[in-house]
Design a protein. Structure first.
Length: 105
């Protein structure tokens, strides 16, 4: 699979669809930024800033959270069961058709 599609609801509840190259060298955070969606990625993907906090709205089976992601999400007031850090998700064909919402900062 050469490209994958991701559906994104931004903070103003506007929906976007982006087509991404299926390249695991990039994180979802990097791809959302490249698509000029409102993701800051302030810490550069180190799981330190939470500016890439998203909610997963589809039922995709995603890789487990690592300790750093788990700890940062636990510290957020708006964290939910379906919260993830986009910087910790690498592009993979298993993310095709993923539906996400960008969390409030
Ligand atoms: S970019 Fe900072 S936590 Fe994801």
């Amino acid at each position: 699979m050469e490209f994958i599609n991701i559906y994104i609801r931004d903070r103003s509840k506007t929906d976007h669809i982006i087509e991404l190259p299926n390249d695991p060298a990039y994180s979802l955070m990097e791809m959302l930024r490249a698509a000029e969606l409102p993701i800051l990625g302030t810490c550069g993907g180190m799981a330190l800033c939470a500016s890439c906090h998203i909610y997963i709205l589809s039922s995709h089976k995603l890789p487990n959270k690592n300790n750093a992601e788990e700890q940062l999400l636990d510290s957020l007031i708006n964290s939910k069961e379906n919260s993830r850090l986009a910087c910790q998700l690498h592009i993979h064909e298993s993310l095709d058709q993923l539906i996400i919402e960008i969390a409030e900062l």
